[in-house]
Design a protein around this ligand. Structure first.
Ligand SMILES: O=C(O)CC[C@H](C(=O)O)[C@@H](O)C(=O)O
Ligand SMILES: [Mn+2]
Length: 345
């Protein structure tokens, strides 16, 4: 049995996470979910976006499924919950898959997730404010190795997107990426971030595994979603050495919260990435989503009139239509008959 911490968040977070949980339960009975609270309401009660006790419990889990939370600009002392979780769980690699549902192509973005301009060393004074764009050898090496591994798994290469012609930190980052890629035997192509945005808009599919610093990756990955039809369909995996957190790339979308029209596909595909991480089979969800998107009624952000739940139920129907033999039930039968041991964590 795999134990997954669930943080639904606010806005549309709870709606899309509920959808993802329903889809996971349709493909496997080997995941148990444990809900935790986090965000502004917890901050108002405890002065932190998530309590230390809950963080300690979450660290004992096998993975985290996260919805979305709103981060106010002007709540003194408040720090983003997702940024806090990435730091506390040491989730240094952010992987985003932007799917083209018409022909199966994907834009793959690896974003350094722990430092860069998110190094958290910002200071404000009366007459100025500063943020530090920190690139450490440790941070650069481990994200370069992560990107190299993703590229090898895909029989692909890395495109390192940077601003080394101007930024000292990217000159340093670039040297380490080239060094690690050489060690790993992976081809590295390079692009300067400003002109690369034009390529990402006009010709997005031929860049292999796009690797860049934290804020550049944040911006490039949202830009890339224009090729998927909606930001609502793009999943994210945040990986560390001990645990991983899966979340849709979109935010809490308070303007549509509670209307039942949020696109659940980003959260559902994030759950599929989570199943793969756990060693289960996320491909059944990917195949069902691709099949549904090609023919099903979609939520308004993709030009349809469907509700969140209608899309969710449609994907679950696709799962059953595409794969009538529920392999997990076959596995449970074998366990019942004592022919294979039930692997209890
Ligand atoms: O608003 C927040 O709490 C964090 C935003 C967060 C980020 O990485 O900057 C989000 O834009 C994302 O891409 O995960
Ligand atoms: Mn973002």
């Amino acid at each position: 049995m795999y134990r997954v911490a669930v943080i639904k968040g606010d806005g549309i977070g709870p709606e899309v996470v509920d959808a993802a949980i329903e889809v996971v339960n349709a493909v496997t009975s080997r995941v148990r979910f444990y809900e935790f609270e986090g965000g502004v309401e917890v901050f108002k009660r405890h002065g932190v976006p998530i309590t230390q006790d809950d963080l300690e419990e979450i660290k004992k889990m096998d993975a985290v499924l996260f919805g979305a939370t709103t981060t106010p600009f002007d709540l003194p002392g408040y720090k983003s919950l997702i940024i806090t979780l990435r730091k506390e769980l040491n989730l240094y690699a952010n992987l985003r898959i932007i799917p083209d549902f018409t022909d199966g192509r994907e834009i793959v973005i690896v974003r350094e997730n722990s430092e860069g301009l998110y190094s958290g060393q910002g200071r404000a004074f009366d007459d100025r404010a500063v943020d530090v764009r920190l690139i450490t050898r440790e941070g650069a090496e481990r994200i370069a190795r992560f990107a190299a591994r993703v590229a090898k798994e895909r029989g692909s290469f890395i495109t390192f997107v940077h601003k080394a012609n101007v930024l000292t930190s990217d000159k340093f980052f670039r040297r380490i990426v080239l060094e690690v890629a050489r060690e790993e035997g992976v081809e590295v192509r390079e692009a300067i971030v400003d002109s690369f945005t034009i390529k990402l808009v006009r010709n997005p599919w031929d860049h292999g595994v796009i690797l860049s610093e934290n804020l550049f990756g944040d911006i490039l990955s949202d830009l890339a979603t224009i090729h998927a039809g909606s930001i609502g369909v793009v999943p994210t995996g945040n990986y560390g050495d001990d645990i991983a957190l899966f979340e849709p790339i979109h935010g809490s979308a308070p303007d549509i919260a509670g209307k039942g029209i949020a696109n659940p596909i980003g959260a559902i595909l994030s759950a599929a990435m989570m199943l793969d991480y756990l060693g289960l089979d996320g491909s059944r969800i990917w195949n069902a989503v691709r099949s549904y998107v090609r023919k099903g009624n979609l939520t308004p952000d993709m030009g349809g009139t469907a509700t969140t739940m209608e899309v969710t139920r449609g994907i679950i129907q696709e799962i059953h239509d595409l794969d009538p033999f529920d392999l997990d039930e076959l596995w449970m039968e074998e366990v019942r008959l004592g022919r294979i041991p039930l692997r209890m964590e």
